[in-house]
Design a binder for this molecule. Structure first.
Ligand code: 5GP
Ligand code: ZN
Length: 143
């Protein structure tokens, strides 16, 4: 069965990648709710919280935390983040390869965030990806 996130993991579909290791990949959401909106996925396909091993869920959380920390320190200047897994169709899951959303937030962004929930675009997405990658590599070298 075809899966768009498996295609991204395999490099067969394009994505702006922000983090990768042996087991996980993080890339920008194609229709972002905020600048730097990132999805973290396990490379091994699973659907939702019913079939994903606990260690994999823990790995998603660990990387999501790192990306949230990076978003605060990055040129995106996030003041906080929404970190969420939509578990199943009833919870508005639309891509059935489990993923964790990291949505960088700015203090007082309520109106622009609401507007972007309709528009869902970031004209500077290449730059958003670069800023997150830079901040992640700085985190890696900071004790
Ligand atoms: P869900 O509602 O399943 O938690 O979120 C799925 C997310 O995947 C949505 O925010 C949607 O914009 C994003 N998405 C869907 N297809 C693609 C794609 O081909 N590439 C990327 N980068 N994101 C996608
Ligand atoms: Zn998949």
């Amino acid at each position: 069965m075809s899966c768009v996130f498996c295609d991204i993991v395999a490099g067969e579909a394009p994505a702006i990648r922000v983090y990768e290791d042996d087991d996980f990949l993080a890339f920008l959401d194609i229709r972002p709710f905020s600048r730097g909106h990132t999805l973290v996925v396990p490379k091994r396909h699973s659907v939702d919280l019913t079939d994903t091993p606990p260690d994999t869920v823990a790995g998603l959380a660990r990387i999501g935390q790192r990306i949230a920390q990076a978003a605060r320190r990055s040129g995106l200047h996030a003041d906080g983040n929404n970190v969420v897994i939509n578990d199943g169709k009833a919870a508005f899951q639309t891509v059935f390869h489990i993923h964790l959303h990291v949505l960088p937030r700015r203090s007082g962004d309520k109106l622009s965030f609401a507007k972007n929930m309709v528009l869902r675009r970031d004209p500077g997405r290449e730059e958003s990806g670069r800023l997150l990658r830079e901040a992640l590599s700085e985190l890696d070298t900071t004790p």
